[in-house]
Design a protein around this ligand. Sequence first.
Ligand SMILES: Cc1cc2nc3c(=O)[nH]c(=O)nc-3n(C[C@H](O)[C@H](O)[C@H](O)COP(=O)(O)O)c2cc1C
Ligand code: SF4
Length: 421
Amino acid sequence: MSTPVTAPARAPEGTRRLLAATAGDLAAHLARSGPVPWRGRAGSLIEDVRAAGLTGRGGGAFPVWRKLSTVHGGREPVVVANAAEGEPLSSKDDTLLRRTPHLVLDGLHLAAEAVGSREAYLYVPDGPGRDAVEAALRERVARRWDPVPVTVVRAAEAFLAGEESAVVAAIDGRPALPRFRTEVVARSGVKGRPTLVQNAETLAHLAQLARYGPAWFRSVGTREEPGTFLATVSGPVASPGVYEVPLGIPMSALLAEAGGPVAELRAVLAGGYHGGWVPAAGVPDVPVSRAALARLGGTPGAGVIRPLAAGECGLRAAAGIVRYLAEQGARQCGPCLNGLPRLSATMTALAGGEPDPALPERLRALSALVDGRGACHHPDGVARFVRSTLATFQPDVVAHLRGSCVEERCLEERCVERRNR
Ligand SMILES: Cc1cc2nc3c(=O)[nH]c(=O)nc-3n(C[C@H](O)[C@H](O)[C@H](O)COP(=O)(O)O)c2cc1C
Ligand code: SF4
């Protein structure tokens, strides 16, 4: 590995940390962010990661130091950057790879060093993000810059493709579907070896905190949930896009980053298709953090924020999402095979105005039935979303059971659908 001499860079100030590191080629990246702070000894970064309180940004918010500790010391460990980004409303990993591919690669190599790995993978779908990171890799290989080889593996564009056991299956050359496991991937993953799977954004944070230290990392965010995260904001806002903000930011401030709502809002979907709704009344104040959104039955997930405008029926929006999630289920185990299609059919019936008073209770019962019963967390995410929909759009539920709706447009759309049948 060659070690070009560069001056150490100043730590980014404010809350744009990953996006502030935007740089095209390796020279620009090193000029902006400084050299990679190699530790020279496996395990030595783990204490810093623990002190920083970095958690995974791929949806589960698991403490990164714990996974590093589990994989470290295992036989022939493997590291994987997960940039599958299966969530349809998310584009933060692709944005990150396009804007600062070297930062993600620095993080991947630091993770490899931390666990003592000689084998690294980057799991990414076709597209501009993949093109950018492949160009960055070619540059690094030509300069013999990296300590371990990185293999790029194509991720399928499917909701489940980024679940970690599906990631392992794809790297092992099998279909990218979640698997039943007796052992966690951190103990037995790629080729049965201990495997560290981290989201691409998590690795970029790792690279920054290795450079600037845990105190810098903790200087924004909340005490329990430090640091920044990348939020993908879409829907009725002035400037949809990817924004970097501190954990715990009030929802209204996050929407303001995206230019603010361009319509009166009914609710905001936080955490994407596996997340939950924040009712409009709660939008201004609710902090976007795991702890605050959990109280509303939601989660920041992978940072997806999607407002719903007044005039849109919450039940119809939700039915479309549940239908998609049921179709994406791998149908390998009970909840996906039976539960999710039934949840979808029941939600569609409620959204369509079927006047059956048993529908809400059936949705609750089916959600309880699938929750925690799959080999992966997909059914849990669907159950959470359905519960949140029922709680947030209770007035819509009552109106739909009476053959009406609180939103005029919903009635018009249903009329058109009936005519077209
Ligand atoms: C259904 C499902 C889909 C997932 N999709 C992704 C994904 O596209 N990208 C990702 O990084 N993590 C995804 N995850 C989370 C991964 O299983 C895993 O926890 C994550 O990649 C670990 O990285 P992190 O700890 O850095 O977040 C998904 C999880 C589930 C249950
Ligand atoms: S719960 Fe669904 S997605 Fe998860 S492993 Fe079972 S069949 Fe596959």
